[in-house]
Structures are given as structure tokens and as C-alpha cells.
Design a protein around this ligand. Structure first.
Ligand SMILES: [Zn+2]
Length: 276
């Protein structure tokens, strides 16, 4: 009995201590999302999702010969991908971009001529993005909502004004097979297979023959592992908050969300994914 009383007293004093805690509540700032910490919701390297979903992304096209081949392959697999296109190439082959969009792929802005945004004036960056945005719109009928800076090079300040002015999310990647070095199809495939996990954004380029050669076996192997393919915007829409700690049983800090969970079973995000 004494033990129970003691326990009660302990719990009561903890409760009082919590109630009296004068700390102002800015736990929100510690809340981690799938985005990079300095700009949640704007920049994505990968996305925290519940299921085996990934986004394949192809940069620097369209290529007159390789992109149509890739589109045929994606269609045969019923896979939707995301293309970060170069404005100059869109102007040269708008029909390929029109086809990609018509077949359900997403088109993102990858600049007009592939310069390094990190070393440019705002006006030059703006012009690169504006011209490409216009070219995509005229090829597909709608404006892109995603942007990937060439080389992944962009300053934090640029991210913010570009997001404010164009409404773009800045999409980077977490899987990079370095296919632009043309290491050969087996290496491209193996690197992608090794690094890809649920929520991954996979970078590659539809202007290198070896990348396109690698894709049939890469897609087969990813499918065999249980991965499902969505566009980057679809992947972002599937985002779930990261658990703040591994154990669903609690203790520790509550999630930053102000709404308490009604019951433990109402947090499906805790379930482990079925994929490797
Ligand atoms: Zn590029």
C-alpha cells in the first residue's frame, strides 16, 4: 500500500511540475519534417512516407532519341516519373514534353541552359526560370510546381525568393548513381538498388545512353523489391510526420502537434514498412 501511495505522490508531483512548467511552448521548432531543417516544406531530398513509394527523376532532357525510349519503357511498366527539363531542350523538342505530360509524368523546371544558380544574380536566375516555365507551359498547358537547380547548387536566400515568386518547391535527391560520369549500366543499376529506400527521390539523367540502358533491369529489380513509383508531387502529398522517437509506447517528448492522438492505434505511421 505504501508503495502505491508513494507512486501516487510521485505522479502527482510530476503532474504539478508539468502544469507549472513556465517554459514557453516553442517545441514546434524541434519538429522535424522530411524537408531540410532550415526550410521545411520548400526543399526535399526525400520524403517520409508509410509505404514503399519512391520517385524516379530524370534530368537535363528532353533528348530527341533517349527520352522517347524511356517513355516507352515507363509506359510498359505503368510507371510515372518526374522529368526536370532544360528550357533550351524543351524549345527544341516540345512534342516530347507534351507526350511525357500526357502520359502522366510530372515536368519540373531545371533552368534554361543549366548554369550554376549559386553564382548568379537574382535577375539572371529569374530569367532562366521564367523562360523555362513559359516553355513548359506552352508544351504541357500547365505551369510546373517543382524546380531542381542545376548541380543542386542554390543559396538559402535563392530558395526562399524563388519559392515566394514562382511557388516552386526545390527538389534535390537522396539517391545519386553518378550516371553522368557514364560508369556503365550495371554500375548505375547497382547504385540505385543499393541506395533506394521508401520515400527516396532517385536522380538520373535521360541524356546518357548508359542510363537508359540501365533502366529496364533497374525498374525490374526495384519492382521485385516491392517499390511503387509515383511522381515527386505525389510523393510529397503522401508525406507523414517522422516519429519523434522509435518507440510507439511513449515516455519522452510528445509530438509537436497540438492535437493529442486519440489512441495508439490511430497512428499508422508507426508501422514498419513492408519493403526492404
Ligand atoms: Zn542537370
Amino acid at each position: 500500500m505504501f508503495v502505491y501511495r508513494l507512486l501516487f505522490i510521485c505522479l502527482a508531483s510530476v503532474a504539478v511540475a508539468i502544469a507549472a512548467d513556465p517554459t514557453p511552448a516553442p517545441r514546434r521548432t524541434a519538429h522535424k519534417t522530411q524537408a531540410t531543417p532550415e526550410d521545411p516544406g520548400i526543399t526535399f531530398n526525400s520524403v517520409h512516407v508509410d509505404g514503399p513509394y519512391i520517385a524516379m527523376t530524370f534530368d537535363d532532357g528532353p533528348s530527341e532519341t533517349l527520352t522517347p525510349k524511356l517513355l516507352d519503357l515507363l509506359a510498359a511498366h505503368h510507371i510515372k516519373a518526374t522529368f526536370f527539363v532544360i528550357g533550351e531542350n524543351v524549345a527544341e523538342h516540345p512534342e516530347i514534353v507534351t507526350r511525357a505530360a500526357r502520359e502522366g509524368h510530372e515536368i519540373g523546371n531545371h533552368s534554361w541552359s543549366h548554369p550554376n544558380f549559386g553564382k548568379m544574380s537574382d535577375d539572371s536566375v529569374r530569367s532562366q526560370l521564367r523562360r523555362t516555365d513559359d516553355a513548359i507551359r506552352s508544351a504541357t498547358g500547365s505551369r510546373p510546381t517543382l524546380m531542381r537547380p542545376p548541380y543542386g547548387s542554390i543559396t538559402p536566400r535563392e530558395k526562399h525568393w524563388i519559392h515566394d515568386e514562382f511557388g516552386y518547391r526545390v527538389i534535390l535527391w537522396d539517391v545519386d548513381p553518378l550516371d553522368w560520369k557514364r560508369p556503365g549500366p550495371p554500375v548505375v543499376r547497382n547504385r540505385i538498388l543499393k541506395e533506394t529506400q521508401p520515400g527516396s527521390i532517385v536522380l538520373s539523367h535521360d541524356i546518357h545512353p548508359g542510363t537508359i540502358e540501365a533502366m529496364p533491369s533497374t525498374l525490374d529489380a526495384l519492382e521485385a523489391k516491392g517499390f511503387k513509383f509515383v511522381t515527386v508531387s505525389e510523393l510529397i502529398r503522401m508525406a507523414t510526420p517522422k516519429p519523434s522517437h522509435p518507440s510507439p509506447q511513449g515516455g519522452g517528448n510528445p509530438p509537436a502537434s497540438a492535437t493529442p492522438s486519440p489512441s495508439p492505434s490511430a497512428t499508422p505511421m508507426q508501422q514498419p514498412s513492408t519493403t526492404p
